[in-house]
Design a protein around this ligand. Structure first.
Ligand SMILES: [Zn+2]
Length: 143
């Protein structure tokens, strides 16, 4: 994989947290957040924006680490649920959040980023878009 450092990217410039596992491809950091004990991020070492920018082999390699972290958190912490999330809207460098959730945590059952005071406006998906989504998923999986 090509080394591609972006000087203004937080995850290129720093580890992003306490490193608890790493190899030459990615790292696992522990997030200090008492509301979500055991919260980890799996961070790709190189700067890529989207999962589909990676080769299929690298996508699989990264998800293998994400799933290992999920299993480790389940066994070590025994949360009610695990949330997996890949956002990157503020830091567009591939990283996965592996978040243990508890029925009594601060934002349960919403996402940990939910603003509980904010009203949400819905944007229903129209019939045509649903068909397009179905067709594209089928097409991509049959490639
Ligand atoms: Zn980066």
């Amino acid at each position: 994989m090509k080394f591609d450092l972006h000087s203004e990217c937080e995850l290129c410039a720093s580890s992003g947290g306490e490193i608890i596992w790493k190899d030459g491809f990615c790292r696992v950091v522990l997030i200090e957040d008492p509301d979500y004990p055991g919260f980890c991020r799996v961070i790709l070492n190189d700067h890529f924006k989207e999962m589909t920018d990676l080769t299929q082999e690298d996508q699989t390699r990264l998800m293998r680490v994400v799933f290992a972290v999920e299993k480790a958190i389940r066994h070590a912490i025994n949360p009610y649920k695990i949330n997996l999330a890949s956002l990157g809207n503020k830091t567009a460098h591939i990283h996965w959040h592996v978040i243990p959730r508890f029925e009594d945590d601060k934002t349960f059952p919403l996402s940990i980023w939910s603003d509980l005071n904010k009203l949400h406006q819905s944007h229903p998906l129209e019939g045509h878009s649903i068909e397009t989504l179905k067709n594209l998923i089928n097409a991509y999986l049959n490639q």
